[in-house]
Design a protein around this ligand. Sequence first.
Ligand code: GCB
Length: 614
Amino acid sequence: LAALAVPARASAEPVVMADAPLLPAIRLTAALNRPHQDLSGAWAYSKDLYKTGWSTLMDWKPNRGNQRFSDVDVAAEEARDRYALFEYDMQNAPRMALPGAWNAALPQLRYYDGLIWFQRTFLVSPKPGERVLLRFEAVNYVTQVFVNGKTAGAHEGGFTPFTLDVTGLVRDGVNQVTLGVDSSHTDQSVPPRVTDWDIYGGVTRPVRLFVVPDTFIDDLYIRYTPEGRILAEARLMGPASAGSDVTLSLPALKLMARGRTDETGTAHFDLKAPRGLKLWTPESPTLYEVTVTAGTDSLSDRVGLRTIAVKGHQILLNGKPVFLRGICLHEEEFGSNPARNMTEPASRALLTEVKHGLNGNFVRLSHYPHSEVTTRLADEMGLLVWSEIPVYWAVAFGDARALTTARRMMAENILRDRNRASIIIWSVGNETPKTEARNHFMGTLADDAKRLDPSRLTSAALLVNKTKVDGVLHATIDDPMVDKLDILSANTYTAWYGNDRLEDVPAIKWSAPVDKPLIFSEFGADALAGFHAPDRRKFSEEFQADFYRATLANAATVPILAGLSPWILKDFQTPRREHPVYQNGWNRKGLLSETGARKQAFAVLAEWYSQRAI
Ligand code: GCB
């Protein structure tokens, strides 16, 4: 990634403390609740397959004619000088609606995996003592940001937000922002080159512009303890961050407290929860308005209060055992041409199928942080959430750069969402090899998760060791990570992949070396909606339904099982699945087709969950 050598302004660089998590310099927690300009809409774009506009790559052969990020008015230059040479003109380039992956925008870009430039203008008139921040909710995968032709910062990672302080680059009135977005992945990227989902390059979530006071409330972290206390930390950023007065209030609970920030800009609150507090549960997802004020800034959020813990092989929500009736989800809306632009109606439609269609109480948001739209809706609708970063398959576990990227992503994800009561699990990996390097890599992430948020559980989707003894299948979680993680999770595809037969699945004997809760974090089989086969062959709805019956029969025999998240709610696009009859670029393990038609297995799982509902 030579491209990233472009110097990033301080605000884009992670703050590195010895052995501490890698924190983004600006957090802007609960940003969506602040006044802002949404820069969604028409952006000019220009594709650049050979990355000629990536400044550092062309340093050996400077070519003004390709610098899409400059603020030169190309048409005016051409009009002024008939020998002027430009091989782009962003101001007059075609437009694309953002957010949304470019692969869905135009047939010519369906398989484009490389660099595309985006540009638009915005109006801003900051007053003295104000800061201008640009926040990007998700850009896949590497982004360089330029404001009025000057470097504003860079970011790697396709699913977590980043915020740049552009105060020094903006002028009063019309400004120009240009993004160079490179979707290509490398051997060091997270995720690596090969996954089982589609490219989805580009600006997939909104870009927003904020004007905040010079000293502003950058972070709020609030949680409820088993002892009945409400703990909160409010962190200010800016010249007056230390020694400032901060007020915290939860009006519905008649709670109000004053604090003062320490030298790190943080004010700590420790309040006794009043009687009558309603704890958040999936059945009754009570949210309380919380407001922090400091100086001229104020920030509000709606938060649920609850506890989550493990005891032996049980998961305890508010001290009571809970069985996770879940399903995995990719971030894809219904339809045959998803752009991974999750809107509230689209997210609500998907989560409604989980909650009311399947009788579920849990979603695994695989394999990367989903939109804040979804985690906020999970809070509101009452669904427990597994949140993960794309430490997936063959990540370069021995590579220091990959670890830095993953740690920063983990921090960005946790800092974004640690006030979401719905989230109970931070996951640090999916189906990864049992090597020393990987144990260190994922172990570091699990430690970071606990440091940033000791109030939640950790897990990882692990591979299972399977043997057959006297005709009976034995599945063992013999992974060195079991000691590190709070919950053991297993992806199990017996009788879909491999040579084992469906008839043997109900009798699989499960064992783990430690007494901890186990989740079947994945199991599933492809079925093409509408394909029915009397002989119940693979890819038929009948086979998928039988596969669910067999795996659920097995699940009922596993005493340490604390939940399920089968693979997956809905068919999703992936270049790995090219069977010309059944797949055509779609992984067909959805219980719903891409357009939302329910397959037979949907009812099988819904019925099983209705029996488990407490
Ligand atoms: C897995 C992966 C998931 C795949 C799925 C499959 O184990 O975690 O990303 O899509 O299997 O369909 O094979």
